[in-house]
Design a protein around this ligand. Structure first.
Ligand code: 5GP
Ligand code: MG
Length: 199
C-alpha cells in the first residue's frame, strides 16, 4: 500500500496565519518527553518497590485539548499503565480569554496510592491545572507529576509547577494538534496561529 502522507502536508486549514511548531518538531519532542517520563516513572517504581509495579501508574488526560498529545505520548511510554480522562473547559465558544474553570467530570476515585501523571495541552493562566492538581492531591496519590505540551510566556494567575514541558511559547493564541478555537482546528497537524480576522 502506498503511504500518501497527510492531506494537509502542503497547506494549512483556512483561517490560520502561520505554523508555530510543525508536526515533525512535535513528534520529536513527544518522543523525548516519553523517554524522560518513562525513565522517571521506572525509577519511582523501583524506589517504592511495588510488586506489580506497572499497575500503579495512572495517566490522567485533561480533555479536550490534550486529546491528540495524549494519544501520541502514551504510545511513547513502554510501561504498564491505565488511563483516566477528565473534561475541563475554560474557553467557552468564541473566546480566547479564560472565563474560569469548569471541571465536567469528577476526578477518578482510584488514584489513592497510585503514581499519577497528569497530561494537559497548555499552561496559560494556571487556573485549570491548579484546580486539577489540588483535586488529585486530595485523593492521596503516591506521587503526582504534571506534563504539558505547551507553556505560555505570560503572567500566571496561579503558579503551577509542571514537571515536563514540550515547548515554551510566546503569549499568543494557538490552535492545532488538539487545541481549538470555537471547537475547530483540533485536527490541524501543526500548532498554528490564527489569522487575526478569524478571531
Ligand atoms: P489556564 O487555566 O492555564 O489559563 O488555561 C488552560 C486551558 O485553556 C488549556 O488547557 C487550554 O484548553 C486553554 N488555552 C489556554 N491557552 C490557549 C491557547 O493559546 N489556545 C487554545 N486553543 N487553548 C488555550
Ligand atoms: Mg485544556
Amino acid at each position: 500500500m502506498r503511504v500518501a502522507g497527510s492531506r494537509y502536508r502542503r497547506g494549512m486549514l483556512p483561517g490560520l496565519e502561520r505554523v508555530l511548531i510543525d508536526r515533525s518538531a512535535i513528534a520529536e519532542r513527544v518522543g523525548d518527553l516519553g523517554r524522560r517520563i518513562a525513565r522517571d516513572l521506572e525509577a519511582e517504581l523501583a524506589r517504592t518497590g511495588s510488586r506489580d509495579a506497572g499497575s500503579q501508574v495512572v495517566i490522567v488526560g485533561v480533555l479536550t485539548g490534550s486529546l491528540v498529545f495524549l494519544a501520541d505520548l502514551v504510545r511513547e511510554l513502554p510501561l504498564k499503565l491505565s488511563m483516566e480522562l477528565i473534561t475541563v473547559s475554560s474557553y467557552p465558544g468564541k473566546t480566547t480569554v479564560s472565563r474560569g474553570v469548569t471541571v465536567h467530570e469528577d476526578i477518578p476515585h482510584q488514584l489513592g496510592g497510585k503514581h499519577v501523571l497528569v497530561v494537559d495541552d497548555i499552561l496559560d493562566s494556571g487556573r485549570t491545572l491548579s484546580v486539577i492538581r489540588d483535586r488529585i492531591a486530595a485523593k492521596a496519590p503516591a506521587s503526582m507529576r504534571i506534563c504539558v505540551l505547551l507553556r505560555k510566556d505570560c503572567e500566571r494567575a496561579v503558579e503551577v509547577d509542571v514537571d515536563y514541558v514540550g515547548f515554551d511559547i510566546p503569549d499568543e493564541f494557538v490552535v492545532g494538534y488538539g487545541l481549538d478555537y470555537d471547537g475547530f482546528y483540533r485536527n490541524n497537524p501543526d500548532i498554528a496561529i490564527l489569522q487575526t480576522d478569524t478571531l
